[in-house]
Design a binder for this molecule. Structure first.
Ligand code: XMP
Length: 179
């Protein structure tokens, strides 16, 4: 896997140090209420696991699955909810977690859905926020790193289902896309 990586953008140690800071901010702002964490599968898994272990407060965890990429490197523009049953969110204070904020379509669609389902409040946390014009008017309440508009893998992020288990965020070699 490492052999397919052109460059490491953010290494594990740096990620974990930023998550310490993010967790502190979340605790300051949300630490006095019972949070329901909703993670967007599959990309948010690794980020959530490390972030939530830094939040020593009572919380519950739910997940939901959406699709917008269909295995490539470009967003399809349509966000589909894939679960037969979505989490019970009525009246809850939610921390919605995703791996990366790109066009904004995913976060916007999921946030809107949770509010429609009766959530009291939805705060959003992502590992990465691409610095670009978004298709939807949405920003994350908490993000660990800003980055340019390039496709990245690792630390939960995939290309065609692979590379999620790399402990760092990196950029793939060009040749990987033509295989
Ligand atoms: P949007 O465009 O809806 O994107 O903000 C959010 C979802 O798109 C995927 N995504 C990426 N996945 N490398 C990835 O592996 C990337 O650079 C990338 N950019 C967007 C991701 O699933 C995210 O939840």
């Amino acid at each position: 896997m490492d052999a397919d990586i052109e460059k490491v953008l953010i290494d594990e140690e740096v990620i974990l140090r930023r998550l310490d800071v993010m967790a502190e901010r979340i605790l300051e702002e949300l630490g006095n209420e019972e949070i329901l964490v909703v993670g967007i599968l599959t990309g948010a898994l690794v980020f959530m696991a490390d972030l939530l272990r830094r939040l020593p407060v009572p919380l519950q965890i739910e997940t939901l699955s959406v699709a917008s990429y269909h295995g490539g490197t470009e967003s399809s523009g349509v966000v589909k909810f894939l679960d037969a049953k979505l989490p019970e969110v009525e009246g809850r204070n939610i921390l919605l977690c995703d791996d990366i904020l790109d066009t904004g379509r995913t976060l916007k669609a999921v946030r809107t859905k949770l509010m429609e389902m009766g959530a009291a409040r939805v705060k959003t946390a992502v590992l990465l926020s691409k610095d670009k014009d978004r298709a939807e008017d949405v920003e994350a309440d908490y993000y660990a790193f800003g980055m340019g508009d390039e496709f990245v893998v690792g630390y939960g992020l995939d290309y065609q289902g692979r590379y999620r288990n790399l402990p760092y965020v990196g950029v793939l070699k060009e040749e990987v896309y033509s295989r």
